[in-house]
Design a protein around this ligand. Structure first.
Ligand SMILES: NC(=O)c1ccc[n+]([C@@H]2O[C@H](COP(=O)([O-])OP(=O)(O)OC[C@H]3O[C@@H](n4cnc5c(N)ncnc54)[C@H](O)[C@@H]3O)[C@@H](O)[C@H]2O)c1
Length: 254
């Protein structure tokens, strides 16, 4: 897809895979809107790319709607939308301090699953207004981010895996429903990617995690995620499915 002067909206793009994606799409000529809870970082990242940075909580209906309005007003309706906003949590269902905190579980579902759906519904409503850009009648593509934890959740990942499993399950019905408008929906399920989300772990733990990847024996790079986003944007036959980006890793129970 020719992205020159098209609008791309990326959530969670003040950091990690979202930031790399915003950079890659801007390099292809897209006008980029960066939506992130961290407003200052969103504005700083957007400033470098000539885009707009908007503070936004993807899990909040009003906040996300206002951010979409602002992005569309500044740059026009989106042709590409990538949801990268997400949070991680490690907590057992029953730990030393008792049962899993329910509010913490709800928070992870709110951001990772409901936040992804919130952006999907608001962005799709805007994308429908677009002119078609291909012979097939394509209007655009929405790409979500799940995780391999949707399939092989580890002990302590009950909330995170539930949220990402929901994103996986959302992909096909969304693609089926939005097909009539020429809007594709895809999801990427990354394995272990070197971003600030993993950066809290000591370097030797990161190295050890990387060495568990069958091939290549290392952590993935955010740019490799961005490169897959670009391919999904370009390849119209990719729709309604989840692509693992994981070097064949299958996480063990713990
Ligand atoms: N890093 C990994 O190994 C890995 C693996 C699998 C999946 N993922 C998923 O990939 C996505 C990107 O992760 P990353 O590693 O780049 O993380 P990151 O922590 O570097 O970036 C996440 C961004 O999301 C933003 N954010 C958090 N809550 C938000 C909210 N409510 N509203 C708007 N923005 C919010 C943060 O401010 C941050 O800028 C996440 O959904 C994550 O769950 C990451």
């Amino acid at each position: 897809m020719n992205l020159n002067n098209e609008t791309a909206l990326v959530t969670g793009a003040a950091s990690g895979m979202g930031a790399a994606t915003a950079e890659a799409l801007a390099a292809r000529g897209a006008r980029v809107a960066i939506l992130d809870l961290n407003e200052a970082a969103a504005k700083a990242a957007a400033g470098k790319l000539g885009g707009v940075g908007i503070g936004c909580d993807v899990s909040n209906a009003d906040s996300a709607a206002a951010a979409l309005d602002e992005a569309v007003e500044a740059l026009g309706a989106p042709r590409v939308v990538v949801s990268c906003a997400g949070i991680a949590l490690a907590s057992r269902i029953v730990g030393r301090e008792g049962p899993h905190d329910l509010a913490a579980y709800q928070q992870v579902i709110n951001v990772n699953l409901i936040g992804t759906f919130n952006i999907l519904r608001l962005a799709a409503a805007r994308m429908m207004d677009q002119e078609t850009v291909s012979k097939s009648g394509s209007r655009g593509v929405i790409i979500n981010t799940a995780s391999v934890a949707a399939y092989e959740g580890q002990v302590g990942q009950a909330a995170y895996s539930s949220s990402k499993g929901g994103v996986v399950a959302l992909t096909l019905p969304a693609a089926r429903e939005l097909a009539q408008f020429g809007i594709r929906v895809m999801t990427i399920a990354p394995g272990l990617i070197r971003t600030p989300m993993l950066g809290g772990l000591p370097e030797e733990v990161q190295e050890s995690l990387g060495s568990q990847v069958p091939f290549p024996k290392r952590l993935g790079q955010p740019e490799e995620f961005a490169s897959l986003v670009e391919h999904i944007v370009d390849n119209e036959m990719l729709n309604g499915d989840v692509i693992r980006l994981d070097g064949a890793i299958r996480m063990q129970p713990r």
